[in-house]
Design a binder for this molecule. Structure first.
Ligand code: M6R
Length: 616
């Protein structure tokens, strides 16, 4: 949830760390802070609010020049988002500075013990205990900051990435991780630490994955990785496949708009290399044997938020194509119950970041019960894919806006590849049918491109309804997942009451919400491909219209029936019913983005949220 950056080398640490923090701000923006190490001195500044506030503070004269620094952007967990609780936190001597992402679950007891020993705390955070523990460890005889870190980490419970510097050790940064991300960037005569590669991609594409419960010592010419017990380990190197420009706005006002517009390419990248010229599906990267996949007798999809909505849509396709019973669960709920999972369960974990703590914990829970885990993930080397038996990367490129857009479309496409692969192995649908569907999948980038032409029209509609208090979203079948996604986007960006319902459920309660002038967005199925569902949804439209609602229909281009029932219609290309969500979601993304803009909100960094939710 917080963003972490560390730099050691020959450049100005202030500049490198601030530039890195700009790319980390999506992970949290309640406060920001830095510490620079100079000759036996620590220079620390921190400020509540967005990074801009810290940057303003740093225009003061006399900032020391330094080649070693750490920086933090915060998503508050323990303590209000004010200056005092901003990171870095210092020990009593003011020589050790520490930044942290995660939650130290036993901080309360540790704080009591430290307070009883006479230590005075300056903040309400769980993080500050670590600064004092490091200091105590060094006083008690630890040989180095890294030794102290190894000792302290063994006393901590919970999830944490910690990065520390010491004024008396101006040649080293020490990092540690457990259940929270931290990657190393390898430069020439310089090295980097960060929550993700976008913080240092402008300097190097060479990186190292750190494993669980590892400590890293970063010097300008060396990187040493050990376990918490001090055994040296070889970290796994990887090369970042995208470049710095991908993490910039590239002429767009908002990352979200840029990412919406990148969707045709993102979908194409998810498909690339996975369909051969004859449209035979090849998923060589799935490291679960064909025999094991053939023996799978139930599928369990676990995810959160937008990723869960992709899973809900995938369920319809899986059951149709593979005839394997499929359930979809909130990761946070699955984790704390006693599920019926066997060795023939295929657990599919969907996560853009690959770091969502609820999903990670659910993956571990499923594995403990004997399930095989396949993750669908966008972030190379993240924890969830590393702990899965197999991974299918979506290759959507970095998604910076907090609201997920291209991740959603590519997650649906990736789940479909898995569904068709299982169908191919289990022979539940004919080869010809699979090829037909693969050809349709291959045409998706062009279809998404077409739907992007409706952007201006949708923006106009959003501005028209920007003062509404509430919007309802209805769908049926795969359209239900789209309705949920449309409502989630509106809640998180426009801070507006929005609910998604299966249209048939309306009469079982939610219809009481309908009042004169309420906007109801309806995801309308195709009248020719899904005539029964289409008829039913037209009846649902009538029911809400009769009670005064205004209807905005997302309907396929040749659906003329809907014309007389809707106040507004946004047309989308007419596709196979399973592919329809890929195009029907795009106008809803634009709608929420524009609604939030019209209401004066920060679209890329909505309040109270962070991109990567690394706490439970
Ligand atoms: O990184 P993940 O896909 O695991 O994230 C899951 C959710 O936190 C995420 O999809 C969230 O709901 C989005 N911000 C919604 O736009």
């Amino acid at each position: 949830m917080c963003g972490i950056v560390g730099y050691i080398g020959a450049k100005s640490a202030l500049e490198v760390v601030l530039a890195g923090l700009k790319h980390m701000e999506y992970r949290g923006y309640d406060s920001a802070g830095i510490s620079l190490v100079t000759e036996n001195e620590l220079f620390t500044r921190k400020k509540a609010g967005k990074l801009g506030n810290l940057q303003e503070l740093l225009t003061e004269p006399g900032i020391p020049s330094s080649n070693l620094g750490i920086g933090h952007t915060r998503w508050a967990t323990h303590g209000a988002p004010n200056d005092l609780n901003a990171h870095p936190h210092l020990d009593e001597s003011g020589k050790i500075a520490i930044i942290h992402n995660g939650i130290i679950e036993n901080f309360s007891q540790l704080r009591k013990d430290l307070t009883a020993s006479g230590i005075k705390f300056n903040s309400e955070t769980d993080t500050e205990v670590v600064a004092h523990l490091l200091s105590n460890s060094l006083t008690a005889g630890s040989n180095s900051l890294a030794d102290a870190m190894r000792e302290v980490c063994q006393k901590l419970h919970g999830a944490f990435t910690l990065v520390a510097v010491h004024a008396d050790s101006p040649d080293v940064i020490v990092g540690a991780r457990r259940n929270s991300p931290l990657v190393v960037g390898l430069g020439v005569g310089e090295n980097f630490l960060a929550s993700d590669v976008s913080a240092f991609i402008a300097h190097t594409k060479n990186a190292l994955e750190l494993g669980q419960d590892q400590v890293v010592e970063l010097r300008k010419d060396s990187v040493i990785v050990t376990t918490f017990n001090g055994e040296v380990v070889q970290a796994k190197p990887f090369t970042v496949t995208w470049d710095a420009a991908a993490a910039e706005k590239g002429g767009f006002d908002l990352f979200m708009l840029k990412e919406i517009s990148e969707q045709p390419k993102a979908v194409a990248d998810t498909l690339r290399g996975r369909l051969n010229i004859d449209h035979i599906l090849k998923l060589d990267e799935l490291k679960i044997s064909e025999q094991e996949l053939i023996e799978i007798d139930n599928i369990l999809i676990i995810a959160c938020g937008t990723a869960l909505h992709a899973g809900l849509i995938a369920k319809y396709a899986f059951e149709e194509w593979t005839r394997i019973p499929t359930s979809v669960e909130f990761a946070s709920e699955f984790r704390y119950r006693n599920p019926v999972v066997t060795t023939r369960t295929l657990c599919i974990a969907i996560s853009q970041s690959g770091e969502t703590m609820d999903t990670l914990m659910a993956v571990r829970h499923a594995k403990e019960q004997g399930a095989r885990v396949l993750s669908i993930c966008n972030t190379q080397g993240a924890t969830i894919p590393r702990e899965s038996d197999a991974v299918l990367y979506t290759h959507a490129g970095p998604e910076i806006a907090v609201a997920s857009t291209k991740a959603f479309l590519t997650q649906i496409v990736a789940t479909y590849l898995v569904g068709l692969y299982l169908a191919q192995l289990k022979k539940t649908i004919s080869t010809v049918k699979i090829q037909e569907l693969l050809i349709l999948l291959a045409s998706l980038p062009a279809e998404v491109d077409l739907v992007l032409d409706t952007i201006e029209e949708v923006r106009g509609l959003a501005r028209k309804f920007a003062n509404n208090k509430s919007v309802l979203f209805l769908g049926r079948g795969v359209g239900y997942g789209v309705a949920l996604e449309g409502a989630l986007k509106l809640k998180e960006l426009a801070y507006m009451h929005a609910e998604g319902f299966p249209a048939g459920e309306l009469k079982h309660g939610p219809i009481a919400l309908i009042e004169e002038g309420l906007l109801v967005v309806v995801v309308v199925p195709s009248p020719t491909q899904q005539p029964v569902l289409h008829e039913k949804i037209i009846s649902n439209i009538q029911e809400v219209r009769a009670r005064g609602a205004l209807i905005l229909a997302i309907a396929v281009e040749d659906d003329q029936i809907v014309d007389e029932f809707a106040s507004h219609i946004v047309r989308v290309p007419h596709l196979n019913p399973f592919l329809q969500p890929i195009v029907s979601t795009v106008p809803l993304q634009v709608f929420a983005c524009e609604m939030a803009t019209a209401r004066g909100h920060d679209v890329d960094q909505p309040r109270n949220l962070a991109k990567s939710v690394t706490v439970e």
